[in-house]
Design a protein around this ligand. Structure first.
Ligand SMILES: Cc1cc2nc3c(=O)[nH]c(=O)nc-3n(C[C@H](O)[C@H](O)[C@H](O)COP(=O)(O)O)c2cc1C
Length: 193
């Protein structure tokens, strides 16, 4: 059976879109996985056909930049638009995961992941964490390490605010995002057995 995974994301200036693409690439590495990247702009109308993709997916991965220590308004608007589905618990027992990107090393990204995970819990979704040990936390570590920002709940990335999306986020963060996508795809296959 093919498992379907949707990556729903907002990105104001393209940096988080790169992270979303890396999550999608990681999921595509798992054979038997059908991956859709869905920018929130495709979900702006209740009648948008992209909603059907989300409804049919075994797993949905949510991502956005951290703006003012929270999920960006673009993702938040999408979250609020799911309230009808929350009422009927239509997405209960789907898998969920999350990612975020910000300008600062810390930047309060944890708060964004907590918000997204709590949103998924409201929907009765089953949260998949990152499951990578922290990198760059010892004398032998480096900024090139996988999970260099040391997250557990989801994938984090950091993009210098004076650099465009063709330069940042760096490879280590994109590899971390790829790993999350692969993990979600593998979990979705087990979940569908
Ligand atoms: C309105 C706004 C608020 C922001 N707030 C934060 C923040 O709280 N923490 C942080 O580290 N970076 C913050 N940033 C920087 C963005 O997170 C960063 O530039 C990110 O790469 C933007 O991703 P995007 O290109 O996908 O929109 C903010 C940027 C904007 C435009």
């Amino acid at each position: 059976m093919t498992t379907k995974i949707c990556i729903v994301y907002h990105s104001g200036y393209g940096h988080t879109a790169k992270q979303a693409a890396a999550v999608a690439d990681g999921a595509r590495e798992v054979s038997g996985t059908d991956v859709s990247e869905v920018p929130v702009e495709d979900l702006s109308e209740e009648a948008s056909p992209a909603w059907e993709k989300l409804d049919a997916a075994e797993a949905i991965v949510f991502g956005c930049p951290t703006y003012m220590a929270c999920p960006s308004a673009g993702l938040k608007q999408f979250m609020e638009a799911t309230s009808g589905r929350w009422m009927s618990q239509q997405w209960a027992d789907k898998l969920a995961a999350g990612f975020t990107n910000s300008g600062s090393q810390n930047g309060d990204k944890q708060n964004t992941l907590v918000d997204i995970a709590t949103f998924a819990a409201q929907h009765g979704m089953v949260w998949i964490n990152l499951n990578l040990l922290p990198g760059n936390n010892s004398s032998a570590g480096s900024v090139d390490d996988l999970n260099r920002l040391g997250a557990s709940l989801g994938a984090m990335a950091q993009s210098n605010v004076d650099e465009a999306a063709d330069v940042v986020p760096p490879k280590a963060d994109l590899d971390t995002a790829r790993s999350l996508g692969e993990r979600v795809a593998k979990c979705a296959q087990r979940w569908s057995e």
